[in-house]
Design a protein around this ligand. Structure first.
Ligand code: NAD
Length: 498
């Protein structure tokens, strides 16, 4: 059995806590490695190394720090296939989707090449007689990030690249489900020229997370994962006086207006609802057609497409649409929610239960399901299913459809499909959701904008990546200086006498 390690101060370090988590290949349902689960003492070793290395890194000028980012971009491109393969093996997503996971992270590294520009301060010349005032953005010190299983390359890169570009040290506590790619990222950063101790990976579970919350040296925590854990870390981190941003779960609604191009809508919903087996925080999990006619046309067009989705292991490359879900427990939870939908009276238009793939009977595969006539009191509507299940909630009017998205506790992403600019504009302006697509099903902002939801999908004041990341990973210091008027007539060579 392969034993994975931590990556502390530039070295692969074996776990010493005696606790491990199993890492599966979800396509075959077999344990392929075990990853160490750190104790507070192991976390402390990483924090001490980070604290020792960080001041020298912060003193490196921003342009040189940016060059590390430049090199990192080329190394990520060089190792793209290797990273995608390692990612798919532990996560289960298809190889093209895994490469996309790396690329969306790489784009944030590219953005961080602009660190010298983004870190420029402000200056007021002559704020008073002989007085100048200037603000500078300084690194926080030792920062930490806790990431989910579903984007093991993208989300660590969203956090560590800006943190490091700003001059911080960064400790990553990745998901214990797929920990290999985060370690590969740390190694690549060092190959790109980052000094030891500036990026470290400490594997673990709640114990490691609590050690991060409690450690006095750690200045900030970035978290992405489910909402209950986001709330826990946000409350704990804030109570300890840290800067914290936590991004949680989602239930993303797509509203389909009667004038929408139905072919377009069906293509969009198939990809956004079932891609990555629905294990995306920006997946569309609720479709809200407006009007009975729209709903009938939508379900009639969607059902055969859902039935014909190809499900299989990542080793099938482009021949599969999505792979297995992450664990057997995730599979059981999704199947139980599908059962609850039937019990609570929804119409199961496509039944993905009982899906099995020859040769992969032990894999964590879940067939694609499509529910019609879902109502807002059902568990399949209220809960984030995080699986290949799309729920159709029929609405009579545009106002009713918008109301559903507004009233849901999550507010990560949403989309509207229409040909009418006025409706689209009204929707974008009124909806209480952080990321909005207009005829775009998964409106994930690019690296130079920021990513973040509203309501129970995010806790904290700043979003991920883009300019917000450079605010989150720095603090402002403002200097007011007064210089008494001095000799301006040049040097005086005679001895001063009074
Ligand atoms: P998770 O909450 O189970 O785990 C996330 C991280 O928290 C992991 O590193 C895990 O080790 C740690 N953790 C788990 N239980 C903990 C506990 N009791 N105490 C402290 N730490 C704990 O989430 P997941 O299953 O890995 O990821 C899926 C979730 O992430 C979904 O809800 C999805 O919507 C969400 N997500 C959100 C975004 C976003 O930007 N809003 C992006 C991706 C994923």
């Amino acid at each position: 059995m392969k034993e994975l390690t931590h990556y502390i101060n530039g070295e692969h370090v074996k776990g010493t806590s005696g606790r491990f988590a199993d890492v599966y290949n979800p396509a075959i349902g077999e344990i392929i490695a075990k990853t160490p689960l750190a104790s507070a003492a192991e976390m402390d070793i990483a924090v001490q190394a980070a604290a020792a290395a960080q001041p020298a890194w912060a003193a490196v000028n921003p342009q040189r720090r940016a060059r590390v980012m430049m090199k990192m971009v080329s190394l990520l491109n060089r190792d793209m296939d290797k990273l995608a393969e390692a990612l798919s093996r532990e996560h289960g997503k298809t190889l093209p989707d895994a490469a996309g996971d790396v690329v969306r992270g790489l784009e944030v590294v590219e953005y961080c090449i602009g660190a010298p520009e983004l870190l420029k301060g402000q200056y007021t010349d002559g704020a008073g007689p002989g007085i100048d005032m200037y603000s500078m953005k300084q690194a926080l010190g030792v920062t930490a990030g806790i990431t989910p299983f579903n984007f093991p390359a993208m989300i660590p890169l969203w956090m560590c690249a800006p943190a490091i570009a700003c001059g911080n040290a960064f400790i990553l506590k990745p998901s214990e489900r797929d920990p290999s790619v985060p370690i590969m990222i740390a190694e690549l950063f060092e190959e790109a020229g980052l000094p030891k101790g500036i990026i470290q990976v400490v594997n673990g579970d709640k114990e490691a997370v609590d050690a991060i919350i409690d450690h006095e040296t750690i200045q900030s925590i970035g978290f992405v994962g489910s909402t209950p854990i986001a709330e826990y870390i946000y409350a704990g981190g804030c109570a300890k006086g840290k800067r914290v941003q936590c991004f949680g779960g989602a239930k993303n609604h797509a509203i389909i207006m009667p004038d929408a191009d139905m072919d377009n809508v069906v293509d969009a919903l198939i990809g956004a609802g079932y891609g990555a087996a629905g294990e995306r925080c920006m997946a569309i999990s609720v479709a809200v057609p407006v009007g009975e006619g729209t709903a009938d046309r939508l379900v009639a067009a969607l059902a055969p497409r859902v039935e014909s989705l190809k499900i299989g292991p990542y080793t099938s490359g482009n021949d599969v649409d999505f792979g297995p879900v992450i664990t057997g427990a995730a599979k059981d939870k999704i199947n139980a929610l599908v059962e609850s939908g039937i019990e609570q009276g929804a119409t199961l238009a496509v039944d993905g239960r009982g899906f099995s793939l020859q040769g992969y009977e032990d894999g964590f595969f879940v067939g694609a399901s499509l529910f019609d006539n879902v109502t807002t009191d059902m568990e399949i509507y209220k809960q984030e299913i995080f699986g290949p299940v799309l729920s159709v909630v029929r609405a009579e009017t545009y106002e009713e459809a918008v109301g559903h998205a507004m009233d849901h506790e999550y507010g990560n992403g949403t989309a509207i499909f229409t040909r009418d600019g006025d409706t689209a504009r009204d929707f974008a302006s009124r909806i209480n959701v952080g990321m909005v697509g207009i005829n775009v099903p998964i409106p994930v902002p690019l690296a130079y904008h920021t990513f973040g939801g509203w309501k129970k999908s995010a806790f904290g004041d700043l979003n991920q990546h883009g300019p917000d990341a450079f605010k989150f990973y720095t603090r402002t210091k403002t200097v007011t200086s007064r210089w008494p008027s001095g000799t301006k007539e040049g040097a005086d060579f005679s001895i001063p006498t009074m």
